[in-house]
Design a protein around this ligand. Structure first.
Ligand SMILES: Cc1cc2nc3c(=O)[nH]c(=O)nc-3n(C[C@H](O)[C@H](O)[C@H](O)COP(=O)(O)O)c2cc1C
Length: 164
């Protein structure tokens, strides 16, 4: 049976291996939301800009579409459980003990790299909203990466230190 064009497009894009991040932002009514994201892309060095794409069917669309300050946590190899958890709206709440404020943006204590961003631009593109963030702070530590490739999680050891 022929596969649907949408499924075929998903399949071809899944051959582009990525890291896995959690984008986090405060909700209007209180609390902090997290969403698993692999569309993160570096955009510009001067000024420092990055983007990610938010699906318009996400139950968390309103929170992230409106957020002015948000954090990005790049997950490490041992953090697949966090990726699974923040891919579901039912388990998207981040509790105080597992987060910290990093230059005005909430980030997870977990992770191998963190970026604090302020929204620079938003553009609707098909069924996603492209959110461009200005990076106001960032930090990184050694450690193996969590990867997403052909629809499955994997790991990549740190090539500089060999550390896992
Ligand atoms: C590895 C991975 C990467 C994802 N990347 C994105 C992304 O870049 N943008 C996005 O809107 N959703 C992404 N998602 C989907 C969301 O995490 C979430 O599952 C989706 O918004 C549906 O849940 P919701 O309706 O409860 O928000 C990704 C999911 C996984 C597992």
């Amino acid at each position: 049976m022929e596969i649907e064009p949408e499924q075929a497009f998903r399949r071809v894009m899944s051959a582009f291996a990525t890291g896995v991040t959690v984008v986090s932002a405060a909700r209007d009514g209180g609390g902090v939301s997290g969403i698993t994201v692999n569309s993160l892309t570096s955009v510009s060095l001067k000024p420092r800009l990055l983007l990610w794409c938010l699906g318009d069917e996400s139950a968390r669309y309103d929170v992230f579409a409106a957020a002015e300050a948000w954090g990005v946590t790049v997950l490490g190899a041992a953090e697949e459980a966090l990726a699974l958890r923040f891919a579901r709206a039912e388990t998207e709440s981040i509790v105080a003990a597992e987060m910290e404020m990093f230059t005005g943006a909430p980030v997870l204590r977990a992770g191998v790299a963190h970026l604090a961003c302020r929204t620079h631009d938003r553009r609707v593109a098909g069924d996603h909203l492209i959110i461009v963030g200005e990076v106001v702070d960032f930090r990184v530590q050694p450690g193996a990466a969590l990867t997403f490739f052909r629809g499955l999680y994997g790991r990549l050891d740190d090539p500089r230190t060999g550390s896992s």
